[in-house]
Design a protein around this ligand. Structure first.
Ligand code: AMP
Length: 369
């Protein structure tokens, strides 16, 4: 059985690595000839809009998924409609919604999931109206194509808002309130062919310069877990979803405030490879193939530290007991996620102490509370 993956980044690579033991084959599509998943699975090398390659992917695969949230929705629809009528999972509608921060916010509001106050900003008049409605401070973000804190500006004054509009305003924007959060969490879960849902323990996330640095899981009180799972299930049901979905939240005063969602496996779920009975990657494959979902039970207390820019000397990392290294096979570049490592400990206290030491070594400048 062959699974097609549009996008061959590190998420596609980890999907393939999780699928081989199940006897699955993979075929990826990516414009980069040296893409991480292309190093472990066959790669169709070309644009995401290349009709010939999309046709080949649809013809050769039982199901087609994606590992990047900015894959053109039109490409998925082309494969769905073509002669081979490819099965796409997760649904293209969920991807389309997540690609536009405004439609994402509208969805959260429609499903009664608390989110930040926001206004769409497409002109100077709308900027003035947004500042009046939302107030200061706030964050100006591009509606589309933003990731890892790119395409955003924190705004503390009217003048800063004008400058942010001048810098980013060639694209449609969204202005949202700044949330002085206590912490950030994410919830990850899978929905299978018969509507069954499996939710992972909540992840506590620390970002630096907009990029995820460290995740600890399980994290937070049972009440947060229950709230997050309830919100996640609303989105899963709304789309009659198949596969893994992630929602990121700010936590403030015990309230979960949705920031954004990702219709895919997620960086904050990498700990599940060693830290849960079934990894998020395997559960995504099980869900999209109509196989039974696996247990999301944690095997201990996990921490994941992202390796940004370059992989530190391998021997130094591997000399640390219980450190699991994942090198994505990417060329080093400042600010680029090139790998991660995970530890799984028997208690939260031991996990936190080790995570602090690891973060001090690996995640430059990030402090774990
Ligand atoms: P995003 O691309 O929306 O996930 O933003 C990246 C990171 O920037 C978030 O994980 C937060 O750490 C921070 N951030 C984004 N939006 C806000 C906000 N409205 N209030 C406070 N922090 C924010």
């Amino acid at each position: 059985m062959t699974v097609g993956i549009v996008g061959a980044g590190q998420l596609g690579r980890m999907l393939a690595l999780a699928g081989y033991p199940l006897g699955l084959d993979f075929l990826c599509l990516d414009p980069a000839g040296d893409a991480p998943a292309g190093q472990v699975a066959p790669l169709l090398n070309g644009a995401f809009t290349d009709r010939r390659l999309l046709g080949e992917l649809a013809r050769r695969c039982e199901v087609v998924t994606f590992d990047w949230e900015n894959v053109p929705v039109a490409s998925l629809r082309t494969m769905q409609r073509g002669a081979h009528g490819a099965r796409i999972a997760p649904p293209a509608a969920a991807l389309g919604c997540a690609q536009d921060r405004v439609s994402e916010k509208r969805l959260f509001e429609k499903l009664a999931i608390p989110t930040t106050r926001w206004r769409a900003v497409g002109s100077r008049a709308e900027l003035a109206a947004a500042l009046a409605a939302v107030g200061l401070p706030g964050v100006m973000k591009t509606r589309r194509l933003g990731y890892d804190g790119k395409g955003q500006a924190v705004v503390r004054t009217r003048a800063a808002a004008e400058r942010a509009f001048a810098r980013l305003g060639s694209a449609p924007l969204i202005y949202e309130e700044w949330v002085p959060f206590d912490c950030e969490v994410s919830v990850i879960g899978a929905r299978g062919a018969r509507g069954e849902v499996a939710v992972y323990p909540l992840c506590g996330n620390v970002h630096g310069a907009g990029i995820l640095r460290v995740t600890c899981a399980p994290y937070g009180p049972a009440r947060w877990q229950a709230l997050a799972a309830r919100y996640l299930e609303r989105v899963l049901t709304h789309f009659r979803y198949r596969g893994v979905l992630t929602i990121e939240f700010f936590v403030r005063g015990g309230r979960l405030i949705a920031n954004e969602m990702a219709p895919r496996v997620h960086n904050s779920g990498h700990w599940t490879i060693e830290g849960a009975v079934t990894s998020q990657f395997e559960n995504h494959l099980r869900a999209i193939l109509g196989l039974p979902l696996g247990s999301t039970r944690p095997l201990g207390h996990s921490a994941m530290v992202n390796l940004i820019g370059r992989i530190p000397p391998r021997a130094r990392l591997l000399a640390l007991e219980g450190v699991h290294l994942h090198d994505y096979g990417k060329r080093p570049r400042p600010g680029r996620k090139v790998g991660h490592c995970t530890i799984v400990e028997p208690t939260a206290a031991r996990r936190d102490a080790r995570a602090r030491r690891l973060a001090a070594r690996l995640a430059a400048g990030v402090r774990i509370p």
